[in-house]
Each structure stands twice: as C-alpha cells, then as structure tokens.
Design a protein around this ligand. Sequence first.
Ligand code: ACM
Length: 781
Amino acid sequence: MPVRLIPRLPAVALGLAAATLLAACAPRPQRPHEVVVAPALIPAPARLVAGDGGFDLDAATPLYADGLAGQQAAHRFAALAAASNGLRLAAPRAGGPTPGAIAFVRDPAVSSEAPEGYALEIAPSGIVVRAADARGLFHGATTLWQLVAQAQGEAMTLPVLRIEDAPRFGWRGLMLDSARHFQSVDEIKRVLDAMAMHKLNVFHWHLTDDQGWRIEIKRYPRLTEIGGCRIPAGDGGIDPATGAPVPYCGYYTQDQIREIVAYAAALHIEVVPEINGPGHAQAAVSAYPELGVLDTPVPVLAEWGVNRTLFNVEESTFTFLENVLAEVVDLFPGRYVHVGGDEAVKDQWQASPRVQQRMRELGVRDEAQLQSHFIGRMERYLSTHGRRLIGWDEILEGGLPPEATVMSWRGIEGGIAAAALGHDVVMSPVSDLYLDYLQTDAPGEPPGRPSMVTLEQVYTFEPVPAALPAAQRHHILGVQANMWTEHTRSFARLQHHLFPRMAALAETAWSPVEARDYADFLARLPVQLRRYRALDIAYAQTPFQALATIDGDRRDGSARVTLRNPLGYPIHYTLNGRVPHAGSPRYTAPLDLRLPVQLRAAAFAADGTPLAPATTHAVDATSLLTRRNAELAVCPDVGRLLLRLEDDGPLTGERAIFNVTIFHPCWLWPAADLGDIDRLTVRAGRMPYAFQLAHDEPQRTFLPARSAHGELQVQGEGCAGPVLATVPLPAAPDADGFVSLDVPLDTAALASRRATDLCLRFTGDTRPTMWVVDAVTLQPR
Ligand code: ACM
C-alpha cells in the first residue's frame, strides 16, 4: 500500500495556504496532544495516499453536515469519538467544507461504480468526508473515527492524507446463534456496534434450533412458551437445594426484534433472520408435536450435535411455516430470509410410512428431492412476498430454484457448485470462518471446538476460489463468519471468540486483494486493540499472550522452556518474578534452566507496549508431578471430535473445563517418567454425555467394563501397551462433582519406566454421563 510515514510535525508547521485558512479561525488553546503518525486502519482502505503535515483536532473543531445523511454520519463520528476519546464535539451545523472544520458532504461523483464507497481527505485546512449516499458517509465517518481512536485523549493531530475506499464485497456477514445460548437485546446491540466499527453489514441471526426457539410468533405462542426453554443436561438443570428442574429460557419479543432491526438499520446493517428446517426443528416440534414425524412427544433438546428430529411434510405443516414466515417477513424488512436446510438427516422421513405416502402423493423420488420440495415451498412463499431465500449448502441437494442463494459452509465446494448452477453464493466455510473453533492452542481458551480457526486463517481466506470461472465470479456475494454458541454461555466468551478475528474478517470482506497483507495487518492490530479497549470490547487475550511449553526433568532438576506467541509477536521475559518490559531479555531460542523456574513473559507491539498481561510459569520438582486436563495430550486414533467442554455444575459460579474426545474419551501423558513412581492420583470429573451424533454414532466406542460402574484403566507405552492399573469407579462422584482415585501401578511389564506414554481411559458405556480426567499426579515412592 502506498502509505508514507508522516513526520512528527508540530501542528503549526503547515503550508502557507493552510496557515491563511487557519488564521480565519479563532485561536485555539495550546494543549498537549498526540500526533497520529501512521494510519493503522482496519479494514485497510482500497487506496490511501499520505501527505505531509497534519490537522489539529480537538473539542473546538466544528462539524458541518450536508443533508440528513451528512447529519447522521457527523453524529455517528461525534458519538464514537466521545465514547472512545472523551472528545465532546458540538452538534453539527448545516453546511459544507469549511476551514478548520470537519464536513460530511454528499457527492454523487464519489463511488458511482462502487456502492458504499467514500472519500476522506484530511488537509491541514480541514477534513472532508464525501460519499454518494448515507452508507458511504457512514463508512467514511467510521474511518475518520478510527484515526481519532488511534490517539488517546481529546486532542490530536491527524495526518494529512487522502483515502478513496469502497468494499470488495456487498455481503460482509456475521452469523450469531442465539438459539443454543441466548444473548440479551443489549448484547446484540453491542455485537452490531462492533460489526459497524468493522464495516460489516449483514447480521445473520440464527433464531431457531433444536435447543430453542427464540423469536416470538404471535400466531403460535407455544413456540416461545414451550420451545423457548430447555432443561440443561446434568447438574446445570437441577436446583441442588430442591431437586427441581431449572430451565434455560429466552426469546425476543416482536417489539425487541423491531428495536434490534431498527438499531441495525441505523448502522447500515441488514438483519437476515434464520428459521431452520426441515432439520434443527426439535424446539418447534416440542411446542407443536403435530409438526413432527414421530407420534411420541419430544422435549426441547438439551444435547448438542446432529439430531434426527425433522418437520413432517403435511400441508398443515407448510401452512404453519408460511404463517411463521409471514410474521418474519413483517418483522425483517431486508431482502433475505434464511431457511436453514443443514444437517437434516433423513432417517425419520425414511422410516415413516406417512412421509413415504406423502412422497408418492407429491411425486418426489427420494428424501433429497423431498427436502428440495420443502425448500421450494419456502422459496415460493418468500418470492411471492418480495424476499429472497438463502440457505446452507445442503439446499442444493435434490435441486433448487435458481433465485435461491447458497451459503457454503461445509467447504467452498458447495459454493463453487452453486455458482456454476447460477446461484448467488456467500462463502462461509467451517474450515476458515467458524468462530466457535478456538483461535489458539493456549490453555486459557474458553470452551469450544479445539480444532483451530486462527486469525491468519480468517485473514487469508480467499472468498473467490481460483477454480471458479471468471464468468461466474459475480455470483460470490461475499463472506460470512459463523458464531455457533453451543459452548458459549456468556457474553464475555462470545466476545473472546469474536475479537480480534472480526478484524481479520473485516479485511477479508472489505479490502481489495492488493491491500491485504497479513504482516501489515499484524502491525496495525495493536492499534485496533486500543480501540477495543476504548469501547470496552473484551477481545481475546490468548492470541497476545506468551505461551510456554515446559519440558522438565524433576530428577536431574533441569527444564527446557519454549516460549511462543500465537501471532508471532516478539516475546520478552524475566526469571526474577518481575513483570517483563520491552527492555527485558528478548526470547529467541528455548531456554535451558535449572529448577525451580519462575518465568514471566509477555509479547510486545513494535512500540514496546505489552500486548497482554504477562503470563507466569512457575515450575519446580513438585509441579512437574502433576498434569492438568489441558496439559494432557489427545490419544491418537480416538476419532475426530475433540471438544473443550464446560462442566455441567455448579449451577452458579465457575465451572471446570475439560478437553474430551467424545467418540472415545482418552488422555495421554507422553513420555512420563515413572522411574520412582508406583502409584498415581487421578482426579476425575463427571459430566453429561449430551451429544447426538446421528450417523456417526456407531463410531462411538466403549472399552468393556469389568465391574458395576466401570473402571479407570491406565496403560503404559501408549494405549496399546501393557495395562498398569484398572481401578473401579464409584457409582457417582463426590458432592463437588469429582472423585480422587488412588491408582497403584504394576510397572513390571514396561520395557522402561523412564519415559513411557501413559494412556488413561474409562471403561463401560457410561451414557448419559461420562467420566473425564481432570488431573493426574505421579506419587513418588
Ligand atoms: C452448520 O454449521 N450446520 C451450518
């Protein structure tokens, strides 16, 4: 990018013309202020040309606005500047560019070929934001605010520059799952605020699923009365004092939805509601059993995964869905309605004589075509009401009306196939854009899916596949990141998952290919963190921490410590217990240290500020005897589904977190030194086995149990090696949800006790619960 660093000029060192203009203004009081040197904008603008000198901005700087769109942009800029910098600007006056002022001006000449575009000019004599429409002015105001928020305090010098900017894609989306866990209206607004700050413009709102129906439908009140509540699995759903069920409930009233839609509209964000079918329908079926395939009633689901409940295909069910869509269309004025269509395993349709009879009546060949019929009915209703249907890529199966738009989630292949068939496409692949996947391998990550979607993956994802013929590329409307919330119970954790990956998404969605540069993005990111802090956005700390891998030998008293920062920022450390600073030793290679080790480390931005609080790594001969869950490895060949799960209790307060491979729970302590060890203490927790695996269920395996409640089995030399211990489990854990097991080891069969891979598993089919390893401690003789 042609960004030139701007020299630190005193604010008065301006050109002659500027000086003349400024002379016309009232003299300003001299105050200390920060000079914004290199613009660090996210998303990177399409074109930025830096000049010399700067514009002095403080509370006395007047705002001028042209028309309603200019007023709105000026108000937004002022509100953001007040929130981030405490800068109190006077209300905008009507008018255009004025010496010493900031003006927001409508100019049809800007971005006639690039919707949402704007131009921002900062000159010593004043600032002008120009755009053809309200959206462009809004984005220009956001960019200008980003420069203000790059500085701290109420007075600053902004660099002379010219930006010409417009988005690469018209669909810059975020999906939020409000069904699995519910966010308050205020929390949704904060997500929308953050989206606008990142120039995202589509909020895909996942409002219905097996585990909850979250949108009030006046005609069908049981959808929210019944479908809006579930009894969480395990202790999280029981009052320990009374034993009474404790439901997890929540829904948005229609008034609240209107409020959110209006709030989003003011931020130029379109809300796309999702009403999912024919699968992910259990909450609706629990409320109105006549919508389902089976005769037996079902509860609102309290398990995660792929569930078999489908809507039936009676005409009365289509009438129900159309009545729901009628209210949805009334509430959401945007172009698109999302109808889901994902993960509808067809077992119930296949097994139901009634559904099979309906298939014959409808003249459809198979269940895939029946799903196509189902989606087709939704499409017909929506198109006759002036809306466009969008759905997950499974809607392609069995045929799809050409007007339908496809959201490609299982990869990019669905998107490529859809574009070839002439459908519009939003790219949203699980491999790169699912934000419930963890962003680092730090032990401090919250619950989620531990296969990673790193910041770099979000950043480098290319929405227009090279394989797509040029003539089909216009079908790629844009990109979207998806935030599923099975494992995200709190707003703090939601923010952890969203930020800073939303910044990477912003650039993938907005910036032209030529302006995308991951190293440059990382250099700009610390400034974005400053903006996050100024607006109370609780971004993830883990990508900015110094993580340690400690390979210690407690018997010879040595330890090799490897430090890394997930994003590659430089690390400085201390060994004396002090907080490291940029002048502390810089980490360049693994450290060979003597025990005990007291190491503190932090990653630093280029200007020497720490990116996150220092991490502390204290290791001695005793601490090396214990490995907690997050420090244990995953056993090889235990199936693909590793989850980081939160314990089910206690009902209130902190809960433990466990890494569990749910197809075959198994934990490994690689190269454990058993030289002087005859027994272990294993602390085990118990949690609900709350998963529906549908067609993957047969892959779930259990070791045979030998006693009533199964055993903890410990093996050496890996999971195929000699059995060192088999310890019976109790019927239930202690009141705190854990048991501590004394595990005598029979190590006679080990070839060597010095470095053996300890494998820990529980036997028996323990469903509906499962035991998990919380910690393993070696007990020396
Ligand atoms: C999806 O992740 N099931 C769309």
